[in-house]
Design a protein around this ligand. Structure first.
Ligand SMILES: [Zn+2]
Length: 111
């Protein structure tokens, strides 16, 4: 019978020196968050925490206070801001922007 505390954990198997395999349980921790465009790891975002644990954090502990922080990495964020500026200046059209970035560029409000 599996222990009640192990029921929510992931079951894994490891072969012992004796040749027999033994099962053990590990808590399935969350993965790191990734950029929506280039899939690189996001910084300043909590990882390997449960949703209830993240909920208890303050706003600034959940994500950086920047444009599309928690969604895009800093490199993609810079590209989006540049494209938005070019469109507002009239040097580029929205149809010429890369399809991946278009959704984000449309949402940027240039003052
Ligand atoms: Zn990115």
């Amino acid at each position: 019978m599996v222990k009640r505390s192990d029921r929510t954990k992931k079951k894994k198997f490891r072969r012992r020196p004796s040749g027999k395999s033994k099962q053990y349980f590990v808590r399935d921790r969350g993965k790191k968050h990734h950029c929506a465009v280039c899939n690189s790891v996001l910084h300043g975002v909590p990882h390997s925490k449960k949703a209830s644990e993240v909920k208890r954090l303050s706003k600034s502990q959940k994500r950086p206070s920047a444009l599309f922080a928690g969604t895009l990495c800093s490199k993609c964020r810079t590209v989006v801001a540049e494209e938005a500026a070019k469109i507002s200046a009239g040097t580029k059209k929205i149809d010429e922007v890369e399809l991946k970035l278009r959704h984000y560029v449309e949402r940027v409000k240039v003052v």
